[in-house]
Design a protein around this ligand. Structure first.
Ligand code: ATP
Length: 329
């Protein structure tokens, strides 16, 4: 859906922010642009919706060069969310959410209906917030509004520049989870900037890892972790992350998203985990295997992460304490 073809961006005379990057983003994918500060992530993102010009090469959207799209077409096709949420302080929440529909000339009734739908999507009371101003909301609420504002005209694609970066870690996890749940329904094509490897692994179907304006590796998170293309990638993802320990919550999320295989590091397959599997049954298999840790493997035999015996054991004990029936305690 979005194709970068040998794209270069030079600021002024000699700052090469993006250096001959080629990248294909398929429909419905979340691609995370990842890398250290100043590596060109934001520039790469902003060239898609025309906020930065392309110095050399081309970017196409559904086969059409973005140079041939006017501003209205770009706003309709591509939503944009930034870290500081970019809400207009002197506009109410409803006005903020409907900025793009207003630009596109929607009727009052259509805008009102869309505002209410979107507020429901993120679990905020439409009436309660309608006339409030951004400063009357918490950081997490403002960020939710930033996201639904970008979704307002139902664009097929979204650009998200460190959208959850300003939130504290707990709220951030929650907003990320909510966003992934929404994305499962909406299936947007998303380019997402992050400098945080954990966020990239969690959010990304693929990760584009950048350094000094160049693309170092473009692959699924599991591949980046297991088969780093060079020393820079290996160092950036961190040695201890080669196989990442998963939380119970993360296992639940993965179960919703993929067909997985739980495999003992030494003995091979323990359990196949499909979307219909029961989490507790899966955890029981892991306990019965009596391994320190087991791997969770996707359908292409790639290790997504490991589950530690101690964690599962503690989880089961906590469950038993809470008097819930436990399968094979
Ligand atoms: P960060 O994670 O810190 O936001 P980034 O990876 O998004 O960084 P960019 O903002 O794309 O990086 O910047 C890439 C390079 O281009 C940097 O060296 C930056 O100083 C330079 N740069 C960015 N914007 C401009 C500009 N308007 N004029 C000149 N140089 C710029």
């Amino acid at each position: 859906m979005i194709q970068y073809k040998n794209v270069t961006k030079v600021y002024g005379e000699d700052v090469t922010a993006v250096d001959q990057v080629s990248l294909d983003v398929n429909e419905g994918e979340i691609v995370v642009l990842l890398g250290p500060s100043g590596c060109g992530k934001t520039t790469l993102l902003r060239m898609v919706n025309g906020l930065e010009s392309v110095t050399d090469g081309d970017i196409t959207f559904n086969g059409e060069s973005i140079k041939d799209l006017n501003e209205i077409e770009l706003r309709r096709k591509i939503g944009y969310v930034i870290q500081s949420n970019g809400l207009f302080p002197n506009m109410t929440i409803e006005q903020n959410v409907t900025v793009v529909p207003t630009l596109l000339g929607w009727s009052k009734e259509d805008k009102k209906k869309r505002y209410e739908e979107l507020m429901e999507l993120v679990g905020l009371d439409a009436e309660d917030y309608r006339k409030r101003y951004p400063h009357e909301l918490s950081g997490g609420q403002q960020q939710r509004i930033g996201v639904i504002r970008a979704l307002a005209a139902d664009p097929p694609a979204m650009l998200m520049d460190e959208p959850f970066g300003a939130l504290d870690p707990i709220i951030r996890e929650r907003v990320q989870d909510e966003f992934l749940a929404i994305q499962r329904e909406l299936n947007k094509t998303i380019l997402f900037v992050s400098h945080d490897i954990d966020e990239a692994i969690k959010m990304g179907d693929k990760i584009a890892l950048m350094k000094d304006g160049q693309l170092m590796q473009y692959d699924k998170p599991s591949q980046i972790l297991q088969n780093p293309a060079n020393d820079f990638v290996a160092q950036f993802v961190g040695k201890d992350r080669m196989v990442k320990s998963l939380t119970i919550h993360r296992i639940e999320q993965l179960m919703e998203r993929y067909d997985l295989l739980v495999s003992s590091i030494e003995k091979g397959e323990i359990a196949t985990v499909s979307k219909s599997s029961n989490l507790r049954d899966v955890l029981s298999y892991i306990l019965e295997s009596k391994q320190q840790a087991v791997h969770v493997v996707d359908e292409n035999d790639e290790v997504i992460g490991q589950v530690d015996f101690a964690l599962v054991n503690q989880y089961m004990i906590d469950l038993a304490d809470s008097n819930e029936p436990v399968v094979n305690p």
